[in-house]
Design a protein around this ligand. Structure first.
Ligand code: ATP
Ligand code: MG
Length: 736
């Protein structure tokens, strides 16, 4: 009976096909035929190129048949490389990243095509099929139940085991797998459910999946590993690519699959750069995962039955059901000297036009802060070159000093000036731009370059257009880069511009991850986030090399409100703050440091003793002056003493004004403040202050070099030095 039905069905199908599909089938055949012809022509052409090489190999007594195909493949590659070389002049660093990316992709796709072709030849098919028993014998001793599998078994009856291969498998192999896995699960009182699947995209070999863990001995996986190597090759040159290809071709010729073990999961939902996944049972917080399309992400949330992750790149190709695999490491960035002078993104990829970034080392972006015992007290100064800061809120190496103020009050300007002032001081600077305009970043880069400060600076930029995920990890990556230098004994200055935008990015992520929001809709752990970031700034003890990270986080306030959530958080984490006042800024007092609200809790210990002594009364005098000046706005008769206080206060504030990109060494600052605060400048009108300052510096560096040197290196500010200084300044004031 059944046979009859089958025959009738077949006849009906044949008639339908003949009636409706004739033309279509013919056209398909024709196009295939054309393609085969075309490929034959191509093969003939490449054979010509390959022939000389081929002959060479023959002399070396290569197995003729097996060598032939790979040599043709190799010749195609060589040609490809020649094309790329021609296309780009020479393959070297100056080539733009995208071009190299494209070249890599193209190389890889040709590679894949050739490998697929190679394994479609009967000879290789047979060879690799003969290996199946070897592969499964290599896999079976490795299999074990992970903690994730055990957890799964608690809630479910069976654990799924899948055996996959490119072609039908030998029954004996399936039986063996069934026996071994059943025995393994029997031990823990569970059951298995074995599935055997065929998937031609695996090309050859086989793989076994138990729970979320995959033991992969397929050609497809070997190719994937190859493409990863290609990606990690820092510079794509004829040599490196040639070497890799040769390695692979040799492998293909005498193919012995290596078993790759990894864990797999699956995307449940994806939206707004966030995706939820299941599987990946043993994943850790902060771990990197890779989606099938090659994009990567980082795990930010682990729940009992789903895992939340942020996607770093383009999520357009990720959809429900997309396989995800564990990469097996925490998110990390490249570190080292190669980064100096470069602009990189949060993942350490170069985003300037200077091409590939060669590196040998990577560091995890999250790292535990140095312990109490690992730290030394702050005792070395970090000069900003800005008078109002070095005199009033001195910063020491290893300190965390917040720069806080409304928008457009010169916060970034202070940061950039501080970087410029580190020239020749053996301090590495890292500027982290979070959510800034791209034009601003390139402007800063140009400015640093023109002041000769780019050589010792690294810019980590995730501009406003970047995803919240990348903005969120940018300061952590930058700190990892800084830590590398700190732990090798160097001093580092790191500027986070700015953490308000960082907080906003993290709020966005948290809301998308459905975390409950707290004050001002920020997640509850935002304080912890910033404190764990800033705690990584430290001055290490001598035993650990004595390196340091000085952190200058920037926070933007709204209408001067420093009691909002994020500002109070960061104020309480840092060792002081430089408060920039928009009122002062608009009055023309620039930098607009508000003396009353600015403080440095530890930097005083590192201040130059002369400066310390000279500036000790400065704060009160300035505060007094501002109070009086405000009061005087109401206009009334004033006595002479008040008049004098006002005049000298006015001069002092005038002396603290400073233009951008115009940093002053701390000893000259000390001399100026001494001159102004002891009354030597009383006769000059405030408008002449700038001129007075310039000439004073000139006089002291040129005519009083010895005395200037004394101020620079003095251990303490004694009477002798004081008298000497007074005398010199008196002489200068007379002349002015
Ligand atoms: P935003 O909130 O946009 O980040 P910001 O607080 O970082 O602003 P800046 O960009 O540093 O402020 O400076 C704002 C403007 O003030 C710029 O045009 C800058 O040139 C100017 N400015 C900053 N400091 C000084 C200074 N010391 N002297 C003169 N102009 C200054
Ligand atoms: Mg700014």
């Amino acid at each position: 009976m059944e046979i009859q039905y089958v025959i009738i069905n077949f006849i009906i199908l044949a008639i339908i096909l003949f009636l409706f599909g004739r033309k279509k089938i013919r056209s398909i055949f024709n196009s295939r035929f054309e393609r085969i012809n075309r490929e034959l022509d191509e093969a003939e052409a490449t054979e010509k190129i390959a022939m000389p090489v081929f002959e060479e190999y023959q002399h070396e007594e290569y197995d003729e048949n097996s060598a032939e195909e790979t040599i043709i493949a190799r010749a195609v590659f060589d040609e490809k490389i020649a094309q790329i070389e021609e296309f780009s002049g020479h393959i070297h660093r100056e080539i733009h990243r995208e071009m190299i990316e494209d070249a890599r992709k193209e190389l890889f796709s040709i590679m894949r095509e050739n490998v697929v072709k190679l394994f479609s030849y009967e000879k290789y098919q047979k060879e690799i099929r003969d290996l199946d028993t070897n592969i499964i014998d290599a896999i079976l001793p490795q299999i074990k139940l992970t903690p994730g599998d055990m957890a799964y078994l608690k809630h479910h009856d069976v654990l799924y085991v899948t055996l996959m291969s490119a072609y039908p498998l030998d029954k004996a192999i399936v039986k063996k797998v069934d026996e071994v896995t059943t025995a393994m699960l029997d031990e823990v009182g569970g059951k298995t459910s074995l599935w055997v699947l065929e998937d031609p995209s695996l090309i050859g070999g086989l793989k076994l999946r138990i729970g979320d863990t995959v033991y992969d001995g397929t050609v497809a996986e070997e190719l994937y590993q190859f493409s990863q190597n290609l990606n990690h090759e820092p510079i794509l040159t004829t040599d490196t690519v040639g070497h890799l290809i040769q390695e692979f071709s040799e492998k293909a010729e005498s193919y012995r699959p290596h078993i790759h073990v990894f864990q797999l999961g699956r995307v449940i939902t994806v939206s707004d750069g966030i995706c939820w996944m299941d599987g990946l049972a043993d994943i850790m917080y902060g771990e990197v995962v890779e989606f099938e399309c090659g994009e990567r992400g980082m795990v930010l949330d682990i729940q009992q039955n789903r895992i939340g992750c942020v996607i770093f790149g383009d999520f357009a190709h990720i959809e429900s059901g997309t396989p995800v695999r564990r990469v097996g490491r925490i998110a990390s960035v490249p570190v080292g000297n190669a980064l100096l002078g470069r602009v990189v993104d949060a993942l350490g990829n170069p985003i300037d036009a200077e091409g590939y970034l060669p590196y040998d080392e990577v560091r995890p972006i999250e790292f535990k802060a140095p312990s109490i015992l690992d730290r030394a007290p702050v005792n070395k100064p970090l000069h900003t070159g800005i008078k109002a800061i070095d005199a009033l809120v001195p910063i020491g190496k290893g300190q965390r000093e917040l720069i806080i103020g409304d928008r457009q009050t010169g916060k970034t300007a202070i940061a950039v000036d501080t970087i410029i002032n580190q020239k020749g001081k053996d301090t590495i600077c890292i500027y982290v731009a979070i959510g800034q305009k791209e034009t601003l970043v390139s402007e800063i880069k140009e400015k640093l370059k023109s002041h000769g400060a780019l050589d010792y600076t690294i810019i980590v930029a995730e501009p406003a257009s970047s995803s919240a995920a990348l903005q969120y990890i940018a300061p952590f990556s930058a700190t990892a880069i800084a830590e590398h230098f700190m732990y090798s004994g160097k001093d580092v200055l790191i500027i986070y511009d700015d953490l308000s935008k960082h907080a906003v990015a993290y709020r966005e992520l948290s809301l998308l991850l459905h975390r409950p929001s707290g004050r001002e809709a920020y997640p509850g752990d935002i304080f912890y986030l910033h404190s764990r970031l800033l705690e990584r700034a430290a001055h290490l003890s001598e035993d650990l090399g004595g390196g340091s990270i000085t952190a200058l986080p920037i926070i933007e306030t709204l209408a001067g409100d420093i009691s909002a959530y994020i500002p109070t958080n960061v104020i309480s984490i840092t060792d002081g703050q430089i408060f920039l006042d928009s009122e002062l800024f608009n009055e023309g007092q620039r930098p607009a440091v508000n003396v009353g609200l600015s403080v440095s809790r530890v930097g005083g210990a590192a201040q130059n003793p002369v400066m310390k002594k000279i500036s000790s009364s400065l704060r009160t005098r300035l505060a007094q002056y501002r109070e009086l000046a405000e009061f005087m706005q109401f206009g009334s008769d004033i006595d002479d003493a008040t008049k004098a206080t006002l005049a000298s206060g006015r001069l002092l504030t005038e002396a603290l004004k400073q233009n951008r990109y115009n940093t002053v060494p701390d000893y000259l600052q000390a001399i100026l403040i001494f001159a102004v605060s002891t009354g030597y400048a009383d006769k000059i009108i405030p408008e002449n202050m700038e001129d007075f300052e310039k000439k004073l510096y000139k006089y002291f560096t040129e005519e009083k070099a010895e005395l200037t040197d004394k101020v620079k290196t003095a251990e303490k500010f004694d009477n002798e030095l004081k008298n000497e200084l007074s005398e010199a300044i008196g002489e200068f004031a007379e002349r002015f």
